[in-house]
Design a protein around this ligand. Structure first.
Ligand SMILES: Cc1cc2nc3c(=O)[nH]c(=O)nc-3n(C[C@H](O)[C@H](O)[C@H](O)COP(=O)(O)OP(=O)(O)OC[C@H]3O[C@@H](n4cnc5c(N)ncnc54)[C@H](O)[C@@H]3O)c2cc1C
Length: 419
């Protein structure tokens, strides 16, 4: 690696938004560098859900079959357990997509798969252990980035910097963007529990006496998220680990035979839940997408899908601009992405805010009755198609509209010339 490099586009963040954007732009014949600050994709806090809309995108890219060969679980409906009763909340099987279901796959497997497919294109480079640390500016435009890599500091000149670096985005801070925090009344305690054959099957969540547990099946263990009030971890610690385990067993009595997995507090990580959004996603030469533009709560498990939909929108709306012009992509052009994607992201965030408010209310003592909408869905199965559509496809679903082209060539193999 030289101390200076050049690309059409430099993307900070090798999460779903960054890898998919890099893949699609490289597939459209552009030179893209994706920076990921970690050495691999293995991080537990990430969700594992691959939605019908995402499976449809993989189908449109011709890689769905390969994807489905990787180990995963398939759910065609989402259920939640209130007390001892299971309620179906969302039905996906009726959706008209290539695979109308949610696939559960550890996100590191998904990102390894996607980046593997992307690396077939000569324009795609993924720099691991490389962090964006600064922006290079010329006048009112961003013209490149400063990067810290294992080999030392580098600079990259590019026509567009994309901040896909998640909810603690360095790019948006450096750009001077201030996220508007919607507040969240809940946090999550994240831990693992060994699986046993007698455990209940995977569901959206377990609810009992006001306690909520999310369980993700990772094959030989459950990845668990226990909902606590925002900022409440100190008080939980003060009450002691035994009390925490007692509370956990109220909602998950089946864990009674393996509480030894929670030997001390280090077995638990506190995940701060955040919902926020940027008012402006772009400057001349810079654009934020995914959680960097709109941090999503884990409620409904929709953040990955939204991040991927942003990525597709970037490629659909910008690939021609890259080929048509030579300079920095202007804010006016980049605003098209915000205009298209802000509405779906904010709609989902509003729903997440409502649900979070509902689940953070203290329960009526001794009652495990689900909220009214859940009872309605139980009584009228056809209604489950509505949450199935919102969770499975989101609003304003994207399709792959940018072509696969060799660098400098159009689809027929002739030199590229665009109107
Ligand atoms: C506890 C929790 C559970 C969740 N569960 C789910 C779920 O089940 N399903 C779901 O759909 N969504 C879930 N979400 C939301 C989901 O994780 C996010 O919405 C989604 O990951 C956003 O994707 P992204 O690519 O925008 O950002 P991220 O996935 O956050 O990726 C950003 C990447 O940028 C890298 N990075 C950061 N800074 C830099 C830098 N300066 N330079 C280079 N790289 C950098 C990070 O290492 C990271 O890999 C959950 C969120 C939380 C907090």
């Amino acid at each position: 690696m030289a101390d200076h490099d050049q690309a059409d586009c430099c993307i900070a963040g090798g999460g779903p938004a960054g890898i998919m954007t890099g893949y699609l732009l490289a597939r459209a014949g552009l030179r893209v560098i994706v920076l990921e600050k970690h050495r691999d994709f293995i991080r537990d806090f990430r969700g594992d859900t691959i939605h019908p809309a995402t499976l449809q995108l993989l189908h449109e890219l011709g890689i769905l079959e390969d994807f489905l060969k990787l180990p995963h679980q398939e759910l065609s409906r989402l259920e939640a357990r209130f007390g001892s009763k299971t309620y179906t909340i969302a039905e996906f099987s009726w959706l008209r997509t290539a695979k109308p279901l949610i696939a559960f796959m550890p996100q590191w497997d998904f990102l390894n798969f996607l980046s593997g497919k992307a690396s077939r294109y000569p324009g795609f480079s993924l720099w691991m252990q490389s962090s964006l640390t600064g922006l290079i500016r010329s006048g009112d435009a961003v013209t490149g980035v400063e990067v810290t890599t294992p080999e030392g500091k580098k600079t990259i000149s590019c026509r567009l910097v994309i901040g896909a670096d998640g909810r603690h985005s360095e790019t948006r801070t450096l750009a001077g963007f201030e996220p508007v925090d919607s507040g969240s009344p809940i946090d999550l305690l994240w831990f693992r529990m060994p699986c046993q054959a007698t455990d209940p099957r995977q569901s959206l969540g377990f609810y009992r006496q006001g306690k909520i547990l999310i369980m993700i099946d990772r094959g030989d263990y459950w990845q668990c998220g226990y909902v606590i009030p925002k900022g409440g971890f100190g008080a939980i610690q003060a009450s002691g680990l035994d009390q925490f385990i007692k509370d956990l067993l109220v909602v998950a009595p089946f864990f009674g035979d393996r509480t030894g997995a929670l030997g001390d507090w280090t077995a638990l990580s506190l995940l701060s839940i955040r919902i926020d959004h940027l008012k402006t996603w772009a400057l001349n030469g810079l654009l934020c997408i995914g959680d960097a533009a709109h941090a999503m709560s884990p409620v409904g498990g929709v953040g990955i899908n939204l991040a991927l939909q942003d990525a597709v929108s970037v490629a659909n709306l910008l690939w021609q601009e890259f080929h048509r012009t030579e300079g920095i992509l202007s804010k006016t052009v980049l605003d098209r992405v915000q205009n298209r994607r802000e509405f779906p992201a904010r709609m989902i965030q509003r729903l997440q805010e409502m649900i979070q408010k509902g689940i953070s209310r203290p329960p009526k003592p001794g009652r495990d009755k689900p909220p009214f909408p859940f009872r309605l869905l139980q009584a009228f199965p056809l209604l489950r198609r509505i949450p199935g559509r919102i969770i499975g496809l989101g609003f304003r679903m994207e399709h792959i509209r940018c072509p696969e082209i060799q660098p400098g060539m159009n689809r027929s193999g002739d030199p590229l010339s665009l109107p």
